[in-house]
Design a protein around this ligand. Structure first.
Ligand code: PMV
Length: 330
């Protein structure tokens, strides 16, 4: 039967994380660590999943039992996305999925979002459901809608920004639930990226913020509004390649995230080290506590900033950002 390989990038939030879960805008970029899924339609009505990178071997289940029973953590995203796809577009075959990841799931670049988007894209191509046309945002939006539903089914809350980054690629301006998905068409993005050394789970941090909203609704609303107000200027600065303004706005954003309680001693020390070494600005990226921090610096300070990040216990990683979104691999 039919078989296809699809790949999708990782992502990094540049501005607006957390606030974007509550109706504010954010800016996200895709990064060149790609997850590859090979998807095959098979005769037997089973779902078969192999993902050697995350120790999943021969996970098999009848198609009519998708979503039921114990699902290993690593299979949850792909299985739920498959289920959501076939609920909307029924198929008469089994599905065999193999994942080959260049995307180190520990770095916090969003390997689960990439896997969700890959399976939906692959199924839409294999079954001839015209969900996507490379040039049509409208049909990429159809992929987004299934991917976003999958995220909400698994995590309960979230903005969907990860899914949009992976589908559309490049750097995008995004509003909660995909209300706005606007490509910024940046020519370059000289982002410095530092990895804390550990991954932080998103859902508990989202719950932590939700609890704070209950206790301090006005305070948190003020923080989210403050974050949202950075976005128009940040978008302009990125488009004009004004890395100084873009960096300084990152500093404001980090201040807000810190007062939300999602930074950590490790992130703080890497961010401060980057600033002390001459960065225009730096902040955490994503849900917080672990994963990565990002910075902009003048070209003559980039190497000093990377060294400072390493000295603070982080790992400076050289990965291209602002890259192509989900694509069919030949
Ligand atoms: O997927 P993470 O952990 O990088 O976080 C994504 C950004 C959040 O705003 C914290 C969550 C969301 O759904 O927008």
């Amino acid at each position: 039967m039919k078989k296809i390989t699809v790949s999708a990038p990782g992502k990094l939030e540049l501005y607006g994380e957390h606030a974007v879960v509550y109706g504010r805008p954010c800016i996200v970029t895709s990064v060149n660590q790609r997850l590859k899924l090979t998807v095959e339609l098979i005769k037997e009505p089973i779902f078969e999943f192999n993902a050697p990178d995350i120790n999943i071997k021969d996970y098999i289940k009848p198609m009519n039992k998708l979503g039921l029973g114990d699902i290993p953590k690593g299979a949850k995203h792909v299985e739920t996305a498959l289920l959501n796809f076939i609920k909307k577009y029924p198929i008469n075959s089994g599905v065999k999925v193999t994942s080959k990841s260049k995307l180190n799931s520990l770095l916090g670049f969003g390997s689960s979002s990439a896997s969700v988007v890959c399976i939906i894209k692959a199924l839409s191509e294999l079954t001839g459901k015209k969900l996507s046309n490379k040039r049509s945002f409208l049909s990429d939006k159809a992929i987004f809608d299934i991917a976003y539903k999958t995220l909400l089914d698994i995590q309960g809350r979230g903005s969907g920004v990860d899914m949009a980054a992976v589908i559309f690629g490049g750097t995008i301006y995004f509003v909660t639930g995909g209300k706005t998905i606007k490509p910024l068409n940046l020519k370059s993005l000289p982002l410095i990226i530092g990895y804390t050394g550990f991954k932080a789970a998103t859902a508990p941090l989202l719950n932590q913020v939700a609890l704070k909203i209950k206790r301090y609704p006005k305070v948190i609303d003020t923080i989210f509004t403050g974050i949202g107000q950075l976005l128009p200027q940040a978008q302009k600065a990125l488009s004009k390649e004004d890395w100084q303004t873009a960096g300084e706005l990152m500093n404001f954003n980090q201040g807000y995230l810190s007062s939300l309680g999602v930074s950590s001693a490790k992130l703080d020390s890497m961010i401060n080290a980057a600033r002390d070494a001459g960065a225009y600005g730096a902040k955490l990226s994503g849900a917080g506590v672990g994963d990565c921090m990002i910075a902009f610096a003048p070209p003559n300070k980039v190497s000093a900033v990377k060294k400072a990040i390493e000295k603070a216990g982080g790992k400076a990683i050289n990965i291209k950002s602002n890259v192509e979104g989900v694509r069919i691999e030949l």
